[in-house]
Design a protein around this ligand. Structure first.
Ligand code: ADP
Ligand code: MG
Length: 578
């Protein structure tokens, strides 16, 4: 059932290219028809012409020769069309599917990416799509070509002499069976080859990256032995695949010869009994390659179908994954945000039937407050903050911004109002300018520069020869952690949201960079509601309120002085770090 509906969906990708598709099919038919016609012309010559007078022969051959040339030209053009436009159609469908899956991946939620592996997703966008379009392009054309050639040859030969036709075709099913069996083994072996070489490459990469460790432990010999195992495995796998390849090639040639011998012997016997003309035997011999070659094409198709169809199933698997978090039906656009945030009995677990990370957390943060979150690693600080932009959905309770339940706000307007600075900064390929203006696409140069100045980034940017147009991916341009962090802060300055989340934004920095980054963070936080997750307690002492989070929820809350005086967890943490 599922298979059928998937197949329908697969076929629906032809829709925009109906004309290309049918033209492709037309030329496949033409090419097959030409292949079937040429032996018939030879037969005509053999039957009629050889008994004529010289002048008639020459005269007729002039026309026949021209006709044959024309047929060859038509066949050439057909093959060109299939080879060129058929592939173009495949490429266009691949283009559509690639755009579709990329756009879909942009929509999928955090929870999807928590489980997904980037490498696997990449292979879906590249290898799987290639397999699918190979099938879409070559599949119908291969079927048309081979079915018409085999069936056409069968009909023609049966009409010429049914007894010899039986002799010619009796072996074809066996040949097909043999070819598909071996072909599958061959493909399996070549897949194993690819896997083995990937293993070897991974091993070499791992070894070379750690070559200093290898040497310091003097473990070269052990490494050689480990490598030999992988290398042996690859050799075995290659030998195995060549074994099948040799058998396949020999087998296909063998069957073709066998059919030729069979036709020749049977034909000679039939001639001896006066049941066959020698001209017809010649015709039969000419047809053998016309119908044996498509057997291979059909086998190709079965394999293409398997690969392409599996690829398409994996493609659908992603396309059928719905984003967990989407706009509610009548979601409102959040405007003029003050920045009041309220957690009302918020509970959260990453997966159903998994332990809750947050259990009925209630919290009121007035607009403009500077709110710190501390607690041991794994306590749920990051999780708590990621619920505000709805990266994940609360499993219980609600979160309100200025009294609006965030579930009733459009995701775009919600996230537009929140700025996040994290410990690891991701900068995209491109220039510094492009990376900052990511915070506000279409920002003017002045705005970008102002944001960079606010983030204490302008001076170091200007110290590069290309300034704002410095390509970040370029060799030789190495940004320090603090510099990258300041670019990410400039990005948020430009975005100018009323709500901020700093998640250990300075944790990875040395003392000097930390001071500069801290300074620009504080400037950014002015007049905005800010959640600060801090690793070093010194950076949050002037927070209006500090929440101490433990596995059991909010354990303590108050100002720095209040919490110190209380002598609880915070006081212990503080003295541990100080
Ligand atoms: P903190 O930021 O306080 O160090 P986190 O909020 O990152 O803590 O993590 C809280 C708990 O949730 C931890 O036990 C962590 O293993 C778990 N966790 C964090 N992120 C995920 C995730 N994406 N999927 C499943 N579990 C997660
Ligand atoms: Mg964290």
């Amino acid at each position: 059932m599922k298979k059928k509906s998937n197949l329908k969906k697969l076929i629906s990708y032809y829709k925009p290219y109906k004309r290309l598709f049918w033209t492709d099919m037309f030329f496949a038919t033409v090419s097959a028809a030409v292949a079937l016609t040429i032996p018939l012309i030879v037969r005509y010559i053999a039957y009629n012409l050889v008994y004529e007078e010289r002048a008639v022969i020459l005269h007729t051959m002039l026309y026949l020769g021209a006709g044959l040339l024309l047929l060859v030209a038509i066949d050439c053009y057909s093959r060109f069309y299939i080879g060129n436009y058929g592939h173009v159609m495949g490429a266009k469908i691949e283009y559509d599917m690639r755009a579709e899956i990329f756009a879909h991946m942009q929509k999928l939620s955090f929870s999807f990416y928590d489980d997904a592996q980037v490498g696997q997703l990449m292979s879906r966008i590249t290898t799987d799509l290639f397999d699918i379009t190979e099938l879409l392009h070559h599949g119908p054309e291969n079927i048309i070509l081979s079915v018409i050639k085999i069936a056409g040859a069968l009909v023609i030969l049966v009409n010429i002499n049914w007894m010899l036709a039986i002799a010619a075709f009796v072996m074809v099913p066996i040949m097909f069976f043999f070819a598909s069996k071996l072909y599958r083994k061959m493909r399996r072996a070549s897949r194993r080859n690819r896997q083995k070489i990937a293993e070897i490459n991974a091993q070499i990469e791992d070894n070379l990256s750690g070559i200093r460790v290898v040497k310091s432990f003097a473990n070269e010999e052990i490494e050689n032995q480990k490598f030999q195992k992988g290398n042996d495995g690859f050799l075995e796998s290659k030998k195995n695949s060549y074994h099948y390849m040799g058998m396949f090639q020999a087998g296909m040639a063998g069957f073709t010869t066998l059919i030729q011998v069979c036709v020749l012997v049977t034909g000679a016997v039939l001639i001896a009994y006066g049941r066959l003309q020698v001209q017809d035997l010649i015709t039969f011999m000419l047809y053998i390659s016309v119908f044996t070659e498509p057997v291979r094409t059909l086998v190709d198709f079965t394999e293409q179908f398997q690969n392409g169809y599996t690829g398409f199933e994996r493609f659908r698997e992603i396309m059928d994954t719905k984003p967990d978090i989407v706009d509610a039906k009548d979601a409102k656009v959040l405007t003029d945000v003050k920045g009041d945030i309220c957690f009302d009995h918020v509970s959260f677990a990453y997966q159903e039937n998994q332990d809750e990370v947050l259990n009925e957390v209630s919290l009121n943060v007035p607009a403009g407050a500077y709110m710190a979150l501390v607690g041991s690693s794994g306590a749920g600080k990051t999780t708590l903050c990621s619920l505000i932009p709805r990266f994940y959905e609360t499993t219980g309770g609600n979160i309100y911004i200025d009294g609006h339940n965030i579930k009733e706000i459009t995701l775009k307007s919600l996230r537009d109002n929140i700025g996040i600075v994290q410990q690891d900064v991701y900068l995209f390929a491109g220039t510094i300018y492009e990376n900052i203006s990511y915070g506000k696409p279409g920002a003017t140069r002045e705005e970008v520069i102002a944001a960079a100045k606010n983030a204490n980034a302008h001076d170091f940017i200007m110290s590069f020869p290309d300034g704002y147009d410095t390509d970040i991916g370029q060799r030789g341009i190495k940004l320090s952690g603090g510099q990258k962090q300041r670019l990410s802060i400039a990005r948020v300055f430009l975005k100018n949201p009323p709500i901020l989340i700093f998640d250990e934004a300075t944790s990875a920095l040395d003392n000097e960079s930390e001071r500069v980054v801290q300074e620009s963070l504080e400037k950014l936080a002015k007049n905005r509601t800010t959640f600060v997750i801090a690793h070093r307690l010194t950076t949050i002492q002037n927070a209006e309120r500090i929440l101490v989070l433990t596995e059991n929820g909010i354990a303590e809350s108050g100002s720095h002085d209040e919490l110190l005086a209380k002598g609880g967890i915070y006081e212990k943490l503080y003295h541990m770090h100080a």
